[in-house]
Design a protein. Structure first.
Ligand code: NAP
Length: 243
C-alpha cells in the first residue's frame, strides 16, 4: 500500500493563495497535513485559507529582507516546506532593468535560501523533513523574454541538489518539481490571446496545458513516506514540453 498519509505533519506552501500552491495545499490537507496558506496579500490568502478545512495563514512579502523571520514567527517549525511562490518579469534580454533583475533574484532565489536556512535546522534535528523547490520547464527551455526568471529556476534546482546530498543522512529530502504550462491566474492574460495560445500548445507534446491539480500528485509523493528514497530529483510535470 502507498504510504501517503501525512497526519501529524505541518506544511508551509509559499504562494498558496492561488494556482499550483493552492492545489498542492489542498492535496496535502486531504492527506492529513496541517497546511499554512501563504501569500503577500493578506485578504487573498485569507480567502484561500478559508476554502481548506483547518488551514492556517502566513503572510509575508518574499521581497522583504525579513521574510523568513516573519514567516517563521507565524508558523513555528514545519515538517514540509514547499518553495512555490515566484515572480516573473517579461522583457527582451537587452531591456532588463537592474531593478527587475534584482527583484526576481530576491524573490525567486534568495528568499528560498533564507527560508531553508530558517526551517531546515528543525527538520535536520528531528531527522525527518521534506523540502521542495518549484522550478519550471524553463530550466530546459528558457523563454527569450524571461531570462532572469529561467536562470533563477535553474539556480534554485542546483541549490536543491546541493542540499539534497548534505541533508540526506538526516532523513531530509530536497527535490525540485518543474511545471510546464499550467492553467493558473499567472497565465490568464497571455493565453487569452488565441494566436499566442495556439503557438504555446504546439510546443506541448500532449497538446494541452495542465491544470494546477495535475501537479498535486507529484508533491504528495515527494512529501510522504512513499517518496522517502527520492532526493535531488528534478521532476517535470509538463506534458513532455521539455523534450
Ligand atoms: N503556471 C505555470 O504555467 C507555471 C509554469 C512553470 C513554473 N511555474 C511555477 O510554479 C509556481 C506557482 O505558479 P502559479 O502559476 O501557480 O503562480 P501564480 O498563479 O502567479 O501565484 C503566485 C503565488 O505566489 C504568491 N507570491 C508572488 N509573489 C510573492 C511575493 N513577493 N511574496 C509572497 N508571495 C508571493 C502569490 O500571492 P500574492 O498574490 O499575495 O502575491 C500567489 O499566491 C511558481 O514558482 C511558478 O514559477 C508555473
Amino acid at each position: 500500500m502507498m504510504k501517503t498519509d501525512l497526519t501529524g505533519k505541518k506544511a508551509l506552501i509559499t504562494g498558496s493563495s492561488q494556482g499550483i500552491g493552492l492545489a498542492v495545499a489542498k492535496a496535502l490537507n486531504e492527506a492529513g497535513a496541517t497546511v499554512y496558506i501563504h501569500g503577500a496579500r493578506e485578504e487573498k490568502a485569507k480567502r484561500a485559507a478559508a476554502s481548506i478545512k483547518g488551514a492556517r495563514l502566513a503572510v509575508a512579502d518574499l521581497a522583504g529582507d525579513d521574510c523568513a523571520q516573519r514567516l517563521y514567527e507565524q508558523t513555528g517549525d514545519v515538517d514540509i516546506l514547499i518553495l512555490n511562490a515566484s515572480i516573473q518579469c517579461r522583457a527582451p534580454w537587452d531591456q532588463i532593468t537592474e531593478e527587475d533583475a534584482q527583484r526576481q533574484i530576491t524573490v525567486d532565489f534568495t528568499a528560498s535560501l533564507k527560508l531553508i536556512q530558517a526551517y531546515a535546522p528543525y527538520m535536520l534535528k528531528q531527522k525527518w523533513g521534506r523540502i521542495i523547490t518549484v522550478g519550471s520547464v524553463q530550466q530546459k527551455k528558457p523563454h527569450k523574454d524571461m531570462l532572469i526568471y529561467a536562470a533563477m529556476k535553474s539556480a534554485q534546482e542546483n541549490m536543491a541538489r546541493n542540499l539534497a546530498k548534505q541533508f540526506a543522512p538526516f532523513g531530509v529530502t530536497v527535490n525540485n518539481v518543474a511545471p510546464g504550462v499550467i492553467l493558473t491566474p499567472r497565465n490568464d492574460e497571455a493565453l487569452s490571446d488565441p494566436a499566442y495560445a495556439a503557438k504555446v500548445m504546439e510546443g506541448i507534446p500532449t497538446g494541452f496545458a495542465g491544470d494546477a491539480a495535475d501537479c498535486a500528485g507529484a508533491f504528495l509523493l515527494l512529501c510522504s513516506e512513499a517518496g522517502r528514497y527520492m532526493t535531488g530529483e528534478d521532476l517535470y510535470i509538463d506534458g513532455g514540453m521539455k523534450l
